[in-house]
Design a protein around this ligand. Structure first.
Ligand code: TMP
Length: 215
């Protein structure tokens, strides 16, 4: 039986990495065969590309280079990890996918969305997530969570260093994307407690699995 391809999306600081990990732990405990992966990265080559993309020293990187590097990491990831896992019946949980490129590179850099769609169609061979959890958080709340994170060990990466006006366009982009695909994308209020958010995602996902297995 074919597996499932599930993605998590949201602005920086929305808590998606914590939530995807909690869902992964739960599904493993329940006996499902699950792969937890992320973009950019998820493969040896993808992790090298991630290093290039997020290194704050790479200030001269052009917008087009950025689009292509995210897509290159994705192309490798789809072929090497996502397709084989789904074909062997596994549930793939992926932290970010094409929606992130539409929001960050398309809306964020005000690039033509059709170009981003086209480049990513080529990169993925048309692979689409079965379901996406989009963690919705206000820009103000995300900003204050990131400030707390940056006050610790971890400084901002190259994308997080971009101005508030950029992140505001990304935020708007994620909203448009979520509202444009209500069947695939489940919007989750990321303002609640970690447990409340996980409960909502888990409930929805278990109902989704039941429904797809019936169909
Ligand atoms: P992460 O914080 O989810 O690990 O992602 C790293 C950064 O890369 C984050 O700021 C979002 C950004 N990003 C894009 O700009 N485009 C993309 O296609 C992806 C996957 C991530």
């Amino acid at each position: 039986m074919r597996g499932l391809f599930i993605t998590f999306e949201g602005i920086d600081g929305s808590g998606k990495t914590t939530q995807i990990r909690l869902l992964y732990d739960y599904l493993v405990k329940e006996g499902y065969s699950v792969v937890l992966t992320r973009e950019p990265g998820g493969t040896r080559i993808g992790d090298k590309i991630r290093g290039l993309l997020l290194d704050p020293e790479n200030r001269e990187m052009t917008d087009r280079t950025e689009v292509l590097l995210y897509a290159a990491s994705r192309a490798q990831h789809v072929q090497e990890v996502i397709l084989p896992a789904v074909a062997s019946g596994k549930i793939v949980l992926c932290d970010r996918f094409v929606d992130a490129s539409l929001a960050y590179q398309g809306y964020g850099h005000e690039k033509t969305l059709e170009d981003i769609v086209g480049i990513n169609e080529y990169a993925t061979g048309g692979v689409k997530p079965d379901r996406t959890y989009m963690l919705m958080l206000s820009l103000e709340e995300s900003g204050s969570r990131l400030q707390t994170r940056f006050a610790g060990e971890e400084g901002p990466d190259r994308i997080e260093m971009k101005p508030v006006s950029y992140h505001s366009r990304v935020w708007h982009g994620f909203n448009e994307i979520a509202n444009g695909s209500p069947h695939r994308i489940r919007q989750v209020d990321a303002g609640g407690s970690r447990e409340e958010i996980q409960e909502e995602i888990r409930k929805d996902f278990m109902a989704y699995i039941k429904q797809t297995m019936k169909g």
